[in-house]
Design a protein around this ligand. Structure first.
Ligand code: SAH
Length: 350
Protein backbone atom coordinates (compact mmCIF):
# COMPACT_ATOMS: atom_id res chain seq x y z
CA UNK A 1 0.00 0.00 0.00
CA UNK A 2 1.19 3.52 -0.78
CA UNK A 3 2.22 5.09 2.50
CA UNK A 4 2.18 8.85 2.63
CA UNK A 5 5.34 10.50 3.80
CA UNK A 6 5.53 12.61 6.95
CA UNK A 7 6.53 16.05 5.70
CA UNK A 8 8.56 16.55 8.89
CA UNK A 9 10.91 13.77 7.77
CA UNK A 10 12.27 16.12 5.10
CA UNK A 11 14.96 18.74 5.56
CA UNK A 12 14.27 22.20 4.11
CA UNK A 13 16.64 21.45 1.22
CA UNK A 14 14.95 18.12 0.49
CA UNK A 15 11.51 19.70 0.54
CA UNK A 16 12.78 22.43 -1.80
CA UNK A 17 14.11 19.79 -4.20
CA UNK A 18 10.86 17.84 -4.03
CA UNK A 19 8.90 20.97 -4.90
CA UNK A 20 11.22 21.78 -7.80
CA UNK A 21 10.59 18.35 -9.26
CA UNK A 22 6.92 19.25 -9.30
CA UNK A 23 7.73 22.51 -11.07
CA UNK A 24 7.25 24.62 -7.93
CA UNK A 25 9.80 27.21 -6.81
CA UNK A 26 11.95 25.83 -3.99
CA UNK A 27 11.59 28.91 -1.76
CA UNK A 28 8.08 27.67 -1.00
CA UNK A 29 9.83 25.19 1.32
CA UNK A 30 10.78 28.15 3.52
CA UNK A 31 7.16 29.21 3.81
CA UNK A 32 6.03 25.66 4.55
CA UNK A 33 8.71 25.36 7.24
CA UNK A 34 7.48 28.53 8.92
CA UNK A 35 3.95 27.17 8.95
CA UNK A 36 5.07 23.86 10.40
CA UNK A 37 7.60 24.99 12.95
CA UNK A 38 6.76 28.56 13.92
CA UNK A 39 3.08 29.04 13.25
CA UNK A 40 2.39 25.44 14.31
CA UNK A 41 -0.21 24.89 11.57
CA UNK A 42 -2.52 21.95 12.17
CA UNK A 43 -3.07 21.13 8.51
CA UNK A 44 -1.95 22.13 5.02
CA UNK A 45 -5.20 23.95 4.32
CA UNK A 46 -4.41 26.60 6.89
CA UNK A 47 -1.17 27.55 5.06
CA UNK A 48 -3.00 30.38 3.38
CA UNK A 49 -0.15 32.11 1.57
CA UNK A 50 0.72 29.01 -0.46
CA UNK A 51 -2.10 29.07 -2.96
CA UNK A 52 -4.73 26.40 -3.30
CA UNK A 53 -3.07 24.24 -6.00
CA UNK A 54 0.11 23.86 -3.92
CA UNK A 55 -1.89 23.10 -0.78
CA UNK A 56 -3.73 20.37 -2.68
CA UNK A 57 -0.45 18.84 -3.84
CA UNK A 58 0.81 18.78 -0.26
CA UNK A 59 -2.40 17.20 1.05
CA UNK A 60 -2.11 14.51 -1.63
CA UNK A 61 1.48 13.59 -0.88
CA UNK A 62 2.21 14.27 2.76
CA UNK A 63 0.91 13.71 6.26
CA UNK A 64 1.87 15.84 9.24
CA UNK A 65 0.49 13.76 12.09
CA UNK A 66 3.23 11.29 12.95
CA UNK A 67 2.36 11.53 16.65
CA UNK A 68 -1.01 11.19 18.33
CA UNK A 69 -1.28 12.30 21.92
CA UNK A 70 -2.95 9.45 23.78
CA UNK A 71 -2.35 10.41 27.38
CA UNK A 72 -1.16 13.35 29.44
CA UNK A 73 -0.29 13.27 33.12
CA UNK A 74 0.41 16.20 35.39
CA UNK A 75 2.71 15.90 38.39
CA UNK A 76 2.15 17.63 41.72
CA UNK A 77 5.26 19.71 40.83
CA UNK A 78 3.50 20.71 37.53
CA UNK A 79 5.79 18.63 35.31
CA UNK A 80 3.71 17.11 32.51
CA UNK A 81 4.28 13.85 30.70
CA UNK A 82 2.92 13.19 27.22
CA UNK A 83 2.36 9.71 25.87
CA UNK A 84 2.39 9.71 22.07
CA UNK A 85 1.41 6.92 19.76
CA UNK A 86 3.40 6.62 16.53
CA UNK A 87 1.96 5.68 13.15
CA UNK A 88 3.08 2.05 13.53
CA UNK A 89 1.38 1.75 16.93
CA UNK A 90 4.51 2.14 19.10
CA UNK A 91 4.60 4.62 21.98
CA UNK A 92 7.05 7.29 23.14
CA UNK A 93 6.99 9.80 25.95
CA UNK A 94 8.21 13.36 26.29
CA UNK A 95 8.26 15.42 29.47
CA UNK A 96 7.55 19.15 29.76
CA UNK A 97 9.35 20.70 32.71
CA UNK A 98 8.37 24.22 33.78
CA UNK A 99 10.84 26.73 35.21
CA UNK A 100 10.23 30.28 36.39
CA UNK A 101 10.22 31.92 32.98
CA UNK A 102 10.55 29.10 30.48
CA UNK A 103 9.90 25.42 29.77
CA UNK A 104 12.31 22.58 29.06
CA UNK A 105 11.22 19.60 26.99
CA UNK A 106 12.81 16.23 27.61
CA UNK A 107 12.68 14.53 24.21
CA UNK A 108 12.89 10.84 23.27
CA UNK A 109 15.15 9.67 20.45
CA UNK A 110 14.25 5.98 20.19
CA UNK A 111 11.40 3.62 21.01
CA UNK A 112 12.99 1.75 23.92
CA UNK A 113 16.76 1.58 24.22
CA UNK A 114 19.50 -0.94 23.50
CA UNK A 115 22.03 0.25 26.09
CA UNK A 116 20.72 -2.05 28.84
CA UNK A 117 21.73 0.17 31.78
CA UNK A 118 20.80 -1.80 34.87
CA UNK A 119 19.19 1.07 36.78
CA UNK A 120 16.97 2.42 33.99
CA UNK A 121 13.38 1.40 33.36
CA UNK A 122 13.49 2.27 29.64
CA UNK A 123 16.19 -0.39 29.20
CA UNK A 124 13.78 -3.13 30.24
CA UNK A 125 11.87 -3.02 26.96
CA UNK A 126 14.98 -3.27 24.78
CA UNK A 127 15.26 -1.31 21.55
CA UNK A 128 12.21 -1.37 19.31
CA UNK A 129 13.38 1.16 16.71
CA UNK A 130 14.89 4.56 16.06
CA UNK A 131 12.61 7.57 15.89
CA UNK A 132 12.61 9.33 12.54
CA UNK A 133 13.69 12.92 12.22
CA UNK A 134 10.01 13.87 11.86
CA UNK A 135 9.01 12.02 15.03
CA UNK A 136 11.73 13.80 16.99
CA UNK A 137 10.77 17.30 15.83
CA UNK A 138 7.06 16.53 16.15
CA UNK A 139 7.52 16.02 19.91
CA UNK A 140 8.81 19.58 20.14
CA UNK A 141 6.12 20.95 17.84
CA UNK A 142 3.38 19.28 19.87
CA UNK A 143 4.79 20.62 23.13
CA UNK A 144 5.04 24.16 21.74
CA UNK A 145 1.43 23.93 20.57
CA UNK A 146 0.49 22.76 24.05
CA UNK A 147 2.29 25.73 25.64
CA UNK A 148 0.38 27.97 23.23
CA UNK A 149 -2.90 26.31 24.22
CA UNK A 150 -2.24 27.47 27.78
CA UNK A 151 -2.25 31.05 26.49
CA UNK A 152 1.54 31.32 26.63
CA UNK A 153 4.03 32.28 23.96
CA UNK A 154 5.15 28.98 22.31
CA UNK A 155 8.79 30.15 22.24
CA UNK A 156 8.69 30.02 26.05
CA UNK A 157 9.52 26.40 25.40
CA UNK A 158 13.13 27.42 24.88
CA UNK A 159 15.17 24.47 26.15
CA UNK A 160 15.49 20.90 24.94
CA UNK A 161 17.25 18.01 26.61
CA UNK A 162 17.69 14.73 24.75
CA UNK A 163 17.23 12.80 27.98
CA UNK A 164 14.02 10.95 27.21
CA UNK A 165 13.76 7.38 25.98
CA UNK A 166 16.65 6.02 23.95
CA UNK A 167 20.29 6.75 23.30
CA UNK A 168 20.40 9.81 21.02
CA UNK A 169 23.89 9.10 19.72
CA UNK A 170 22.76 5.61 18.61
CA UNK A 171 20.29 7.37 16.30
CA UNK A 172 22.87 9.86 15.14
CA UNK A 173 21.73 10.58 11.61
CA UNK A 174 18.15 11.38 12.59
CA UNK A 175 19.32 13.33 15.64
CA UNK A 176 21.45 15.60 13.47
CA UNK A 177 18.71 15.98 10.87
CA UNK A 178 16.21 16.92 13.59
CA UNK A 179 18.76 19.29 15.10
CA UNK A 180 18.91 21.23 11.83
CA UNK A 181 15.19 22.04 12.14
CA UNK A 182 15.39 22.69 15.89
CA UNK A 183 18.27 25.16 15.47
CA UNK A 184 17.13 26.76 12.19
CA UNK A 185 16.79 30.41 13.21
CA UNK A 186 15.31 31.58 9.90
CA UNK A 187 12.57 29.10 9.11
CA UNK A 188 12.72 26.41 11.82
CA UNK A 189 12.21 26.23 15.55
CA UNK A 190 14.75 28.90 16.53
CA UNK A 191 16.27 27.16 19.56
CA UNK A 192 19.58 28.63 20.71
CA UNK A 193 22.42 26.08 20.65
CA UNK A 194 23.23 26.78 24.30
CA UNK A 195 19.69 25.74 25.22
CA UNK A 196 19.89 22.30 23.62
CA UNK A 197 21.61 19.40 25.39
CA UNK A 198 22.32 15.89 24.14
CA UNK A 199 22.86 13.30 26.86
CA UNK A 200 24.72 10.07 26.16
CA UNK A 201 25.64 6.89 27.97
CA UNK A 202 29.04 7.25 26.30
CA UNK A 203 29.26 6.39 22.60
CA UNK A 204 32.81 7.67 22.22
CA UNK A 205 33.19 8.09 18.42
CA UNK A 206 29.82 9.82 18.17
CA UNK A 207 30.66 12.19 21.02
CA UNK A 208 33.60 13.53 19.06
CA UNK A 209 31.51 13.70 15.90
CA UNK A 210 28.75 15.63 17.72
CA UNK A 211 31.26 18.31 18.69
CA UNK A 212 32.29 18.66 15.05
CA UNK A 213 28.75 18.70 13.68
CA UNK A 214 26.97 20.97 16.19
CA UNK A 215 27.45 23.54 18.95
CA UNK A 216 24.92 22.00 21.33
CA UNK A 217 25.72 21.05 24.92
CA UNK A 218 26.97 17.62 25.87
CA UNK A 219 25.91 15.66 28.94
CA UNK A 220 27.53 12.36 29.90
CA UNK A 221 25.78 9.77 32.04
CA UNK A 222 28.85 8.77 34.03
CA UNK A 223 27.31 7.13 37.10
CA UNK A 224 30.48 5.43 38.34
CA UNK A 225 34.15 6.26 38.77
CA UNK A 226 35.81 2.87 38.23
CA UNK A 227 35.44 0.56 35.27
CA UNK A 228 34.34 -2.46 37.26
CA UNK A 229 31.35 -0.65 38.77
CA UNK A 230 30.52 1.25 35.59
CA UNK A 231 30.60 -1.90 33.44
CA UNK A 232 28.30 -3.62 35.91
CA UNK A 233 25.81 -0.74 35.69
CA UNK A 234 26.28 0.23 32.05
CA UNK A 235 27.40 -2.49 29.60
CA UNK A 236 28.51 0.19 27.09
CA UNK A 237 31.49 0.69 29.42
CA UNK A 238 32.96 -2.62 28.17
CA UNK A 239 33.21 -1.08 24.71
CA UNK A 240 34.18 2.44 25.76
CA UNK A 241 35.73 2.42 29.24
CA UNK A 242 36.04 5.50 31.44
CA UNK A 243 39.50 6.55 30.16
CA UNK A 244 38.25 6.58 26.57
CA UNK A 245 35.11 8.43 27.59
CA UNK A 246 37.10 11.13 29.37
CA UNK A 247 39.44 11.25 26.37
CA UNK A 248 36.49 11.90 24.05
CA UNK A 249 35.29 14.67 26.37
CA UNK A 250 38.72 16.29 26.15
CA UNK A 251 38.48 16.21 22.37
CA UNK A 252 34.86 17.44 22.30
CA UNK A 253 34.89 20.76 20.47
CA UNK A 254 32.97 23.37 22.42
CA UNK A 255 32.70 27.10 22.83
CA UNK A 256 35.13 28.67 25.33
CA UNK A 257 32.66 29.20 28.15
CA UNK A 258 30.71 25.96 27.77
CA UNK A 259 30.93 23.06 30.16
CA UNK A 260 30.26 19.36 29.82
CA UNK A 261 27.62 18.10 32.25
CA UNK A 262 28.34 14.86 34.05
CA UNK A 263 25.22 13.12 35.30
CA UNK A 264 25.86 10.89 38.29
CA UNK A 265 23.01 8.85 39.72
CA UNK A 266 23.60 8.27 43.43
CA UNK A 267 22.80 4.69 44.46
CA UNK A 268 23.25 3.60 48.06
CA UNK A 269 26.25 1.36 48.58
CA UNK A 270 27.02 1.23 44.86
CA UNK A 271 28.71 4.52 43.93
CA UNK A 272 28.13 6.93 46.81
CA UNK A 273 31.25 6.50 48.98
CA UNK A 274 33.75 9.17 49.90
CA UNK A 275 36.31 7.39 47.72
CA UNK A 276 33.87 7.62 44.77
CA UNK A 277 33.43 11.35 45.29
CA UNK A 278 37.19 11.87 45.35
CA UNK A 279 37.70 9.73 42.24
CA UNK A 280 34.96 11.72 40.52
CA UNK A 281 36.83 14.93 41.28
CA UNK A 282 40.04 13.50 39.84
CA UNK A 283 38.25 12.29 36.69
CA UNK A 284 36.59 15.55 35.77
CA UNK A 285 39.23 18.01 36.99
CA UNK A 286 41.00 18.14 33.60
CA UNK A 287 37.70 19.08 31.92
CA UNK A 288 35.51 22.17 31.96
CA UNK A 289 32.62 20.46 33.65
CA UNK A 290 29.66 20.59 35.95
CA UNK A 291 28.30 17.65 37.88
CA UNK A 292 24.63 16.86 38.28
CA UNK A 293 24.02 14.44 41.11
CA UNK A 294 20.74 12.59 40.55
CA UNK A 295 19.44 10.71 43.60
CA UNK A 296 18.25 7.35 42.25
CA UNK A 297 14.59 7.32 41.25
CA UNK A 298 12.99 4.12 42.30
CA UNK A 299 10.78 2.17 39.95
CA UNK A 300 9.04 -1.14 39.77
CA UNK A 301 11.52 -3.98 40.01
CA UNK A 302 14.56 -1.82 40.75
CA UNK A 303 16.91 -3.26 43.34
CA UNK A 304 18.94 -0.07 43.81
CA UNK A 305 18.18 2.39 46.58
CA UNK A 306 18.46 6.13 46.91
CA UNK A 307 21.07 7.08 49.55
CA UNK A 308 20.03 8.98 52.68
CA UNK A 309 19.78 12.79 52.54
CA UNK A 310 22.89 13.08 54.70
CA UNK A 311 24.90 10.84 52.46
CA UNK A 312 23.76 12.72 49.30
CA UNK A 313 24.73 16.05 50.84
CA UNK A 314 28.00 14.60 52.14
CA UNK A 315 28.87 13.51 48.59
CA UNK A 316 28.03 16.96 47.25
CA UNK A 317 30.14 18.64 49.91
CA UNK A 318 33.23 16.68 48.90
CA UNK A 319 32.79 17.97 45.35
CA UNK A 320 32.12 21.56 46.39
CA UNK A 321 35.03 21.62 48.85
CA UNK A 322 37.27 20.77 45.91
CA UNK A 323 35.90 23.63 43.82
CA UNK A 324 33.80 21.52 41.50
CA UNK A 325 30.63 22.98 40.02
CA UNK A 326 28.03 20.54 41.25
CA UNK A 327 24.35 20.42 42.12
CA UNK A 328 21.83 17.88 43.28
CA UNK A 329 19.32 17.58 40.50
CA UNK A 330 15.96 16.86 41.98
CA UNK A 331 14.18 14.83 39.32
CA UNK A 332 10.83 16.31 38.48
CA UNK A 333 7.65 14.38 38.01
CA UNK A 334 8.52 11.22 39.92
CA UNK A 335 4.91 10.84 41.09
CA UNK A 336 3.83 10.31 37.46
CA UNK A 337 6.90 8.25 36.47
CA UNK A 338 8.25 11.14 34.43
CA UNK A 339 11.58 11.43 36.24
CA UNK A 340 15.00 10.36 34.94
CA UNK A 341 15.04 6.67 34.16
CA UNK A 342 11.32 6.17 34.68
CA UNK A 343 10.07 6.48 31.10
CA UNK A 344 8.48 3.34 29.81
CA UNK A 345 5.78 4.43 27.41
CA UNK A 346 3.27 1.70 27.93
CA UNK A 347 -0.31 2.59 27.70
CA UNK A 348 -1.93 2.12 31.07
CA UNK A 349 -4.05 -1.01 30.95
CA UNK A 350 -7.64 -0.09 31.73
N1 SAH B 1 20.68 7.37 26.85
C1 SAH B 1 21.03 8.73 27.18
C2 SAH B 1 19.82 9.61 27.32
C3 SAH B 1 18.92 9.25 28.49
S1 SAH B 1 19.20 10.40 29.75
C4 SAH B 1 21.90 8.74 28.41
O1 SAH B 1 22.11 7.69 29.00
O2 SAH B 1 22.43 9.78 28.76
C5 SAH B 1 18.48 9.66 31.11
C6 SAH B 1 19.27 9.99 32.35
O3 SAH B 1 18.58 9.44 33.47
C7 SAH B 1 20.66 9.39 32.34
O4 SAH B 1 21.58 10.32 32.85
C8 SAH B 1 20.55 8.22 33.30
O5 SAH B 1 21.79 7.95 33.91
C9 SAH B 1 19.50 8.73 34.27
N2 SAH B 1 18.74 7.65 34.91
C10 SAH B 1 18.36 6.47 34.39
N3 SAH B 1 17.66 5.75 35.28
C11 SAH B 1 17.60 6.49 36.40
C12 SAH B 1 17.01 6.30 37.67
N4 SAH B 1 16.32 5.21 37.96
N5 SAH B 1 17.13 7.29 38.58
C13 SAH B 1 17.79 8.43 38.30
N6 SAH B 1 18.36 8.67 37.11
C14 SAH B 1 18.27 7.70 36.17
Amino acid sequence: MFKMQNIMDLSREELGQWLEQKGIRSYRANQIFKWLYLKLALDFDSMTDLGKPLREILVKHFTMDSLTLVDKQVSADTTEKFLHQLSDGEFVESVLIPAKDHFTLCVSSQVGCAMDCKFCLTAKSGLKRNLTMGEIVAQVREARAYVQSKGLEPLKLSNIVFMGMGEPLANYKNLIRAMAVILDTDYGMKFATRRVTVSTSGLVPKIIQLGLDTDVNLAISLNATDNKTRSRLMPINDTYPIEELVGACKKFAMKPRNKITFEYILMAGINDSEADAKRLVRLVTPLRSKINLIPFNEHEGASYKRPSKESIHGFLKILLDRNMTAIIRKSKGDDISAACGQLKAKQATP
